[in-house]
Structures are given as structure tokens and as C-alpha cells.
Design a protein around this ligand. Structure first.
Ligand SMILES: [Zn+2]
Length: 198
């Protein structure tokens, strides 16, 4: 038996990995033909010598489903308090969805690098926002919206529910009823092209 493949080495689809006398092949990432184990996908080989298991881990499996500091998250504003807003967030770094949403909080000091007099001028309930995770306490996450790409990315008119159109810096207008509202907008408000609602 040649010892050509080492742990953590990159293998490609179809590559010979070992023999069944030697390893327990993982069904998700290998197949067996005439006692020989081959890779069914490209990835990083993972031998477990104690359990004799052989497995290929691909890039996607490195994607995590847990929230880490500095992750960019997408969430919906649930309520406004005097000095903070509460939200549910459910998507990080544009691609990872959680099985369930997480609860986040944005303190008034983390809404903008400018002074925010009234939280209601920055956010409204049902706004969809992009934020960055800055701390974790138990199951609650502290978020910030300070940063040009952070802030509201979707907002509906508080009167009639029509999606608001950006008409100026942090200014939105309802094309249906004419209502003018203010928000702490992300710089790509109106141009966000991935799905916002799940
Ligand atoms: Zn309206």
C-alpha cells in the first residue's frame, strides 16, 4: 500500500485514496469499487487513524452556522426602545442562513457616526438592515450600523406600506402617498439585489 496521500492534503474527484481493509469510507465523499476507495468530490482529505475513517471535507463545510464577532448580518427591526432597537437577524456574510433567527440589539451610540437625536429617525419597525456583530452576551448580540455599507437596506412607508424610494441623504419618499421619512441608510439602499425576506 503506497503512502502517497497525507492528512489534510487536497484530493480531487476520482482520486484513489486507499483500500477498504485500511479505512472505513465515508459515503458522502467517497465511493468503493473492487475494494478500493475513491474520492467523489474535491476537497481536503481527513483521516481519522483511531477510528480508521476517511472523509473529504470541501470548502462549503467550512461555512459555519454560528455567529462570530465582525460578521455582517441582515435583520428586521422588531421594536424601538428609547436608547436601542431590537431586531431578529438571520443571515450572515450574504450567504449563511441560520435555522432560526438570532436576537440583536443596536444601542443608540452604534446607529451612526453622527449624533442620533431620535431613534425613530434612524429605524422603524419592519425595516431590513445590514449590521456588524460587535459583541455577544448569552443569546443576544450587540450590533453596530456605523459604516457606509451598514444601515437600512429596505424600508416600507409607515402609512401605506409601499417600499420607500431614496430621495436624498438619509431621506426616503413614498411614491404612492407622498410621505417623506428619514432613516439611517446603507449606501446601497435601493440597489440590494439579493433576497431580503425569507
Ligand atoms: Zn405611503
Amino acid at each position: 500500500m503506497k503512502e502517497s496521500i497525507k492528512n489534510n492534503e487536497i484530493v480531487t474527484t476520482g482520486q484513489f485514496l486507499g483500500v477498504v481493509e485500511e479505512f472505513l469510507a465515508d459515503k458522502q465523499s467517497t465511493f468503493i469499487k473492487e475494494g478500493k476507495i475513491y474520492a467523489t468530490k474535491t476537497g481536503i482529505i481527513n483521516f481519522s487513524f483511531d477510528k480508521r475513517e476517511i472523509q473529504i471535507k470541501s470548502h462549503q463545510e467550512k461555512d459555519r452556522k454560528v455567529v462570530s464577532i465582525n460578521d455582517i448580518v441582515i435583520g428586521t427591526i422588531l421594536f424601538l426602545r428609547r436608547y436601542s432597537v431590537g431586531l431578529n437577524f438571520y443571515m450572515i456574510n450574504k450567504k449563511i442562513l441560520f435555522n432560526s433567527s438570532c436576537f440583536g440589539n443596536i444601542h443608540v451610540s452604534q446607529i451612526s457616526d453622527k449624533y442620533v437625536e431620535k431613534i425613530a429617525d434612524a429605524f422603524q419597525i419592519t425595516d431590513i438592515i445590514r449590521a456588524r456583530v460587535i459583541k455577544q452576551t448569552n443569546n443576544e448580540f450587540g450590533l453596530t450600523c456605523i459604516g457606509k455599507d451598514l444601515g437600512v437596506i429596505h424600508a416600507d412607508c409607515v402609512i401605506c406600506g409601499t417600499t420607500l424610494t431614496k430621495v436624498g441623504f438619509n431621506k426616503l419618499k413614498c411614491e404612492f402617498c407622498g410621505n417623506i421619512e428619514s432613516r439611517n441608510l446603507a449606501n446601497d439602499y435601493g440597489n440590494v439585489n439579493y433576497h431580503l425576506r425569507y
